[in-house]
Design a protein. Structure first.
Ligand code: ZN
Length: 317
């Protein structure tokens, strides 16, 4: 038996065949195209599903198709309400995909919720009663496990970890509010801070590595320059860790989870991020013993694996 998971991103649509052990055994990626007409995204999903089955030489249909989207989903998990980075607003994506495969159950979820499910079924959250995932990318997503299950919210909206206020009066967020966690803790925040520093005359390693061209800055470069000991990049990275530490400690004070996992590209910095982050949280935290703070296990596959697990989760819960 196998399931197919989709991770719809602002740049790419990634899909994979996920087996019972949660391994991705076959995958394909296609550039994400803004929906040209209603149902276009569902058609892409249908085409990619057929391609995957063909590529893997599978004659049996999948047990389920799951689709993870970076945006808000309605409580019945039928519609994408708002996915700002995809330009999708009030799209009945579950039914649109289902229309292509009447015999296959189709599931829809927020991508960070899906990623948290992947961690619950086979990663950092196994056997946890309460756990929180932060995904640091273009934005900041989050998934919460309470009582050993994905927390879908009292009203069915799930959680928006990235849009809790961290910096009152701070930078404007894509959601319209100021100073959201996302404005300080997304990978994008590192990039913005580095570009600002360059504009203000920073002439260290960031300047050398980019020939002074701010457009060449990415999050990995900031981390690499900080790791190399550059003073400007180190200061930017330290402010990032301090902000992330405050976000993490607020979540610890709210939920007292057993585990906090950090995913997204920035988490690939490894102990260079996690060691100072744990220290920062220790300094701020009310509790002397608090959650283990660890990298998320599934990395770039989290959305695919979690989407594929939606069907198993629906059966159990
Ligand atoms: Zn926001």
């Amino acid at each position: 038996m196998y399931r197919i998971g989709f991770d719809i991103g602002g740049t790419n649509v990634a899909a994979g065949i996920v087996d019972e052990s949660l391994a991705v055994t076959e995958r394909i990626t296609r550039r994400f195209e803004k929906q040209a007409y209603p149902g276009a995204l569902a058609e892409t999903v249908a085409e990619m599903t057929r391609m995957l089955c063909q590529q893997a030489g599978l004659s049996q249909p999948p047990a389920a198709i799951g689709v993870a989207v970076p945006g808000s989903i309605d409580p019945a998990a039928e519609r994408v309400l708002n996915a700002y980075n995809l330009g999708l607003h009030d799209v009945p994506l579950r039914a649109e995909v289902g229309a292509h495969f009447p015999q296959i159950p189709v599931f829809l979820a927020n991508d960070a919720d899906a990623a948290a499910l992947a961690e619950l079924y086979g990663g950092a959250f196994r056997d946890a009663k309460c756990a929180v995932l932060f995904t640091l990318g273009t934005g900041v997503g989050g998934g919460v496990i309470v009582g050993g299950k994905l927390w879908r919210g009292g009203m069915g909206h799930g959680v928006e970890l990235g849009h809790m206020a961290l910096d009152i009066g701070g930078a404007r967020c894509t959601c319209g509010m100021r100073g959201c966690i996302e404005t300080r803790c997304a990978a994008t925040a590192l990039i913005h801070a580095a570009r600002e520093a360059l504009a203000e005359g920073e002439r260290g390693l960031l300047f050398k590595k980019t020939d002074g061209d701010a457009a060449k800055v990415d999050a990995k470069l900031v981390v690499d320059c900080a790791r190399a000991g550059d003073a400007g990049a180190s200061a930017i990275f330290a402010r990032f860790v301090d902000a992330l530490g405050s976000a993490v400690v607020s979540v610890i004070h709210l939920l007292d989870p057993e585990v906090i996992a950090i995913g997204g590209g920035v988490s690939l910095a490894g102990e260079f991020l996690f060691a100072p982050l744990r220290e920062n949280v220790r300094e701020k935290c009310f509790f002397s013993e608090f959650a283990r703070i660890v990298p998320a296990r599934f990395g770039n596959d989290a959305g695919i694996v979690g989407a594929a697990m939606l069907e198993r989760d629906a059966k159990i819960n």
